[in-house]
Design a protein around this ligand. Structure first.
Ligand code: DOR
Ligand code: ZN
Length: 332
């Protein structure tokens, strides 16, 4: 049995820098035609100069693959001149509330202090991507942030806003309330709940931000993905950390899913008799929402089985050691 995807796009990816970037980039650039590269480096990617240098490193690391790295600036106050200069080189700007997640210390302290930049982004048609969590109780952080999404969506009706890696039923429901509000969802939030993370022995390799939520939240996300909800896009949030930073006291947040995204997605959509929706979920919706055409790349998966390595160097992948039903068989 065979299944073919045209130009899959990962709308949310962490590649890091240096040796880690060189190690993980080919795992995405092999299977995907394009990916949004998140800018939460140390220091963050918050200048055009740094962004262009980072893009060059990624292009060198992609091993000749047909792959378009879609670059993001790290949100700070930007002047109109800076935004005009950056516009043709960036896909959008990623906003992190300060301290919300990995390497976000330089993020925004208060949304109310940076409204000028939102207005400029709206004027220049630069998309805004947001890590939407407050500093409240961990299970409530996303839900508490939804009011901020609503505020921005109302105040800047022409600004394209993406709620990144949504994890709750409430966020899914918000999608239908504002024309300019979109979302990405990860593979892992379609698969796991908090029980998988902390219901038995603690599973550091399933710990991420936002944390996986309740079964009814996962169900709402899954139903939206299986229908290829027109405002929902696949974004893996694959976020590699070395094993020493995961299996320790003070475990870093992030799942490394890059090598298994497509096989697991195909298995999931097949199980739910929704394979006809997968193309829209992993590419079509993003193309339509952002008016973006990825490079041509045909990815064929076959039901030959694939045993996922326990480790890729220093990184432990999602489903490591398990055998998956599908494998990427051909890329052209
Ligand atoms: O789990 C996460 N890891 N969530 C994020 O928002 C950031 C990411 C990372 O960069 O490690
Ligand atoms: Zn992320």
């Amino acid at each position: 049995m065979e299944f073919t995807l045209e130009s899959p796009i990962d709308m949310h990816l962490h590649l890091r820098e240096g040796a880690m970037m060189e190690h993980v980039t080919p795992m995405t650039s092999k299977d995907f035609a394009a990916a949004i590269i998140m800018p939460n480096l140390v220091p963050p990617v918050d200048s055009l100069e740094r962004l262009l240098a980072y893009r060059k490193q990624i292009r060198n690391a992609k091993d000749g693959d047909v792959f378009d790295p879609l670059m993001m600036l790290f949100f700070r106050k930007y002047t109109k001149e800076e935004l005009l200069a950056a516009k043709e080189h960036i896909f959008g700007i990623k906003l992190y509330p300060a301290g919300a997640t990995t390497n976000s210390e330089a993020g925004v302290q208060a949304l109310g202090e940076v409204e000028e930049t939102f207005a400029l982004m709206e004027e220049l048609d630069i998309p805004l991507m947001i890590h939407g969590e407050t500093h409240g109780f961990v299970m409530d952080r996303e839900r508490e942030f939804l009011a901020s999404y609503e505020h921005l969506a109302r105040k800047y009706p022409k600004l394209r806003i993406t709620m990144e890696h949504i994890t709750t039923r409430d966020a899914v429901e918000l999608l239908d309330k504002y024309a300019n509000l979109y979302a990405t969802v990860t593979l892992h939030h379609l698969m796991i709940t908090l029980n998988d993370v902390a219901g038995g022995l603690l599973q550091p390799h399933l710990f991420c931000k936002p944390i996986a939520k309740r079964p009814e939240d996962r169900e709402a996300l899954l139903q939206a993905a299986l229908q290829a909800h027109p405002k929902l896009m696949f974004g893996s949030d694959s976020a590699p950390h070395p094993v020493s930073k995961k299996e320790c006291c003070g475990c870093a947040a992030g799942l490394f899913t890059a090598p298994v995204c497509l096989p697991v997605l195909v298995e999931l959509f097949e199980q739910h008799a929704a394979l006809d929706k997968l193309q829209a979920f992993v590419s079509g919706n993003a193309q339509r929402i952002h008016g973006y055409t990825p490079p041509a790349k045909t990815v064929t998966l076959r039901k030959t089985g694939m045993t996922v390595p326990e480790r890729y160097g220093e990184v432990v992948p999602y489903r490591g050691g398990e055998t998956l039903a599908w494998a990427v068989a051909e890329i052209s």
